[in-house]
Design a protein around this ligand. Structure first.
Ligand code: PNS
Length: 184
């Protein structure tokens, strides 16, 4: 996006938007769309965090995000492992973009931002306030509502709704831990 006061100021800046995205919600998509408008290039980075026992594998999460962001030409979706700031530097990104919901997000995000700045002072963490309608939204909440057969159609993109319902159906037939596929 062109900044009229400083033409070209943000258009060359690459930002990384990291997260688990297990799965992506409309809150994530809101930050991605606004981030794509604010930066020249936005890399959505799906963290491979084995300890979290995700519902969707990293490649599935990338696939779901890629489908939901298909109309955004300056957005790339990929996975990352290890230190976020190292990944950001490898990508030539000057900015780590994070979404902030409520006050409860602040302490954790503030700690991460300070740690990341200590590790890489050249990479700036920037926060974008979530839109009001997504203040309460999280991937965990979406999964819980879906498991209890609540309506998630206004909480996630359509492709995520479909895949989430399929995944939970598979899980109800083959309970967690019985499958050999990661995330299934
Ligand atoms: O959506 P989440 O679960 O809040 O995403 C967390 C994520 C992936 C952004 C965070 O775990 C992360 O940055 N992991 C990379 C490891 C790292 O760099 N740790 C040091 C940060 S202080």
């Amino acid at each position: 996006m062109m900044n009229e006061a400083h033409p070209g100021y943000t258009e060359g800046i690459t930002a990384v938007y990291p997260g688990s995205f297990d799965p992506a919600t409309n809150g994530h998509l809101d930050i991605i769309r606004r981030g794509a408008g604010a930066f020249g290039r936005l890399i959505v980075a799906v963290g491979i965090n084995a300890g979290k026992n995700p519902l969707f594998s990293a490649s599935e999460r990338v696939q779901l995000l890629s489908e939901a962001c298909a109309d955004l030409p300056n957005v790339a979706i990929t996975t990352f492992d290890g230190l976020l700031v190292k990944f950001a530097r490898q990508q030539g990104a000057k900015v780590i973009l994070k979404g902030l919901r409520a006050v409860s997000d602040f302490e954790y995000e503030f700690q991460m931002a300070l740690a990341n700045r200590r590790l890489a002072p050249d990479v700036e963490t920037m926060f974008m306030m979530t839109s009001a309608e997504h203040l309460y939204l999280s991937s965990s909440l979406v999964k819980e509502i879906a498991r209890l057969q609540g309506d998630i159609s206004v909480l996630v993109p359509e492709n995520v709704e479909v895949r989430l319902k399929e995944r939970l159906l598979v899980q109800s037939v083959a309970p967690l831990g019985k499958s050999e596929e990661p995330g299934v």
